[in-house]
Design a protein around this ligand. Structure first.
Ligand SMILES: [Fe+2]
Length: 268
């Protein structure tokens, strides 16, 4: 997810996994990370996207995680996400062949301004590596499961796609002011990454971070649920290494879309 992206940009760009990363002691995994990054590095925006030939082991990770998440989405994901996911029709058996929707590969995590700025061009910069096979339901960093099942499925719905574009435009207007960009990033975090919404009397998730997390998707209803408050979101600290203890709920999906859209449109 994008905040992680910011925190880990330098480290991951150099392929130096932290010691507590599940793949740290696996030389084969580290070599795969470097090889997959080369595919992203060689990519020029707008060109056809070269396929990464995923290994059977990687396909198995994708298969297991995507099947499980799909099941959970029926219970926990908001309607607009489920509609988007149906439109995108991701393969659930193999990672291979995931292209389009202005998803552009990058070798590793990219700087904040670049990641958000690309959204203004309706382009989502996505990592391509997949989490380590020893812990298929956990990743300490955004991987292709998070990017594609979390974000790309959202982008299959035009309402979300418009919100992402507005967010990108807002980030560009704030790009030369650290404080404003920080506020923007926090709002992005508490909405498009970890947002929840009341729908048919139930709390449902629309944030990509929740929707791509095997564990957290079942736990978010136990978080402290605060009423929608963009001002508070923009100043509240968060810890990317744990389940989010505080989430903000929109009273309805339409309210979220309207308020968040207006916020982004006016931002900067
Ligand atoms: Fe993300």
């Amino acid at each position: 997810m994008s905040a992680m992206a910011r925190a880990q940009t330098d480290r991951v760009a150099a392929f130096e996994l932290p010691e507590d990363h599940p793949g740290f002691t696996d030389p084969a995994y580290r070599a795969r990370r470097a090889a997959i990054a080369e595919v992203g590095r060689a990519h020029h925006r707008g060109d056809p996207i070269a396929d990464v030939e995923y290994t059977p082991e990687e396909d198995e990770v994708w298969r297991v995680v995507s099947h499980e998440l799909r099941r959970k989405h029926e219970r926990y994901a908001c309607r607009a996400y489920r509609e988007g996911a149906r439109a995108v029709t991701l393969p659930t058996e193999r990672v291979h062949g995931l292209t389009g929707f202005h998803i552009e590969p990058v070798p590793g995590l990219v700087p904040t301004r670049q990641f958000y700025g690309a959204l203004a061009e309706r382009t989502f910069l996505s990592t391509q590596y997949i989490r380590h096979h020893s812990v298929p339901f956990y990743t300490p960093e955004p991987d292709i499961v998070h990017e594609i099942i979390g974000h790309a499925n959202m982008l299959g719905n035009p309402v979300f796609a418009d919100l992402y574009e507005l967010a990108g435009q807002a980030s560009l207007r704030a790009a030369d002011r650290d404080e404003a960009l920080e506020q923007f990033s926090r709002v992005f975090w508490f909405t498009l990454e970890f947002g929840v919404v009341w729908e048919d009397g139930e709390l449902r998730a629309y944030g990509a971070g929740l929707l791509s997390s095997y564990g957290e998707i079942e736990e978010f209803r136990s978080a402290e649920i605060r009423p929608w408050d963009l001002e508070q979101m923009g100043t509240l600290d968060y810890d990317i290494t744990r389940y989010q203890p505080v989430l903000f709920a929109a009273a309805s999906f339409d309210q979220m879309v309207t308020d968040l859209g207006e916020f982004f449109a006016a931002f900067g």
